[in-house]
Design a protein around this ligand. Structure first.
Ligand code: FE2
Length: 393
């Protein structure tokens, strides 16, 4: 295997029409305090397969990384094995959380160079890893706060299509896990998650438009929707949000900032516990069958935000008929909303780690392209109850 920091591969020399054509979400990388235990948590609670490992046993002496997969979702959970490793330093600052939303591109070098020309700041320069199976090129640019977007281009057996078929290392240095009982259990009891629908960033007050412009200028995203503090407020707290769309139905990235309210907003609470540094607030994972998925996750012990019974006294007047069993929707405490294109079902976990930072949303779209605006008020009142319990309101 060879590693070089100034690649000159055939792919980088090819002229690519749009260097920032984002093909897929290559992976979402988490920095965590203990990747071995985090892998088991995400596998047990959310049904991910612990598919591959890169650690001391595969010759990696700086960090341990687990590849977890489900549908078209790929998580890398990384722990530094040395106090100077970046993952260790960031875990000390932020706790467990998301570092990198990586995109598959045609040519990592061309994508990186174009992003830099578009005004991005480098996170790391292109590096190439080649072995007998093929080549993986990676580079990265800095987004808001601690977040990075890597550009990954793959050739030979490392192409994303081949990697998705399983049985091939995701990256050089990875090895497939041996048969794990948890993987067998998950195959028999699938939770049905298959795609990262959107990923939401929290930034400081007054900084939302800066990052909206960044996504427009650097990555060519378009503004999809805009919510102001009148849409997203309760008696006590408020936030504003703009949704950025990658196009090609790949991913949407809403950017939140706090707005003035009587008490501390959920965005401020996040920033307080995230070393006053912007970062990823939640990942929304898509399912085609919300009730089955949420039933499965509840049986596995996933902690969801509590929604009051009264929510269901009025929701059906607002939403109208849906194809799911409404009693089951209520039993599972799933939220429902409708827009002009259809409806959606959604539910939010409590924070996934001790700090009130990252959480997941489980979403099922039945035509709706929005984000559950009709649920904001009910949801934020529920969130405020949780903040109050944590002494952070
Ligand atoms: Fe969301």
């Amino acid at each position: 295997m060879t590693t070089s920091s100034s690649p000159s591969s055939a792919t980088s020399a090819q002229a690519v029409k749009d260097p920032l054509r984002l093909i897929d979400v290559d992976y979402v990388r988490f920095y965590v305090g203990n990747a071995k235990q985090a892998a088991y948590f995400y596998a047990q609670a959310f049904g991910f397969e612990i598919e591959q490992i890169s650690d001391l046993t595969t010759g990696q002496r700086e960090a341990a990384t687990y590849l977890l997969t489900q549908g078209n979702i790929r998580f890398l959970l990384t722990t530094g094995l040395d106090k100077n490793h970046e993952a260790q330093k960031e875990v000390a600052l932020y706790g467990d959380g998301i570092k990198d939303i990586a995109f598959t591109v045609d040519d990592s070098v061309a994508a990186y160079e174009q992003a830099i020309r578009n005004g991005a700041e480098s996170a790391y320069e292109p590096k190439e890893v080649t072995d007998e199976r093929g080549t993986v090129l990676s580079s990265g640019v800095k987004s808001f706060g601690r977040v990075v977007h890597s550009f990954v281009s793959r050739s030979g057996e490392y192409s994303l299509e081949k990697v998705k078929q399983r049985g091939i290392p995701f990256l050089p240095t990875f090895e497939l896990t041996p048969d794990l009982a948890i993987n067998e259990y998950n195959r028999q009891n699938p939770t049905g998650l298959f795609y990262v629908d959107h990923c939401v960033g929290n930034v400081e007050m007054g900084k939302m438009d800066t990052w909206v412009k960044w996504y427009e200028d650097v990555l060519g995203f378009k503004l999809f929707k805009h919510f102001d503090d009148k849409d997203i407020s309760t008696e006590y707290s408020a936030l504003m949000s703009k949704v950025m769309d990658s196009g090609r139905e790949l991913i949407k990235i809403p950017i939140n900032e706090p707005a003035e309210g009587k008490r501390k907003s959920q965005i401020e609470e996040y920033l307080d516990w995230h070393n006053n540094t912007p970062g990823i607030q939640h990942l929304a994972l898509l399912t085609k069958d919300e009730l089955n998925t949420v039933g499965q996750l509840r049986r596995r012990g996933v902690d969801f935000l509590e929604i009051p019974e009264s929510y269901y006294d009025i929701v059906w007047d607002r939403v109208g008929e849906i194809k799911e069993n409404v009693d089951k929707v209520k039993d599972l405490r799933v939220l429902v909303d409708r827009d002009d294109k259809g409806y959606l079902l959604q539910i939010f976990t409590k924070p996934l780690q001790d700090r009130p930072t990252l959480f997941f949303e489980i979403i099922c779209r039945r035509g709706s392209e929005s984000f559950g605006k009709g649920n904001f008020k009910a949801l934020f009142e529920s969130l405020e109850l949780e903040q109050d319990r944590r002494g952070n309101l």
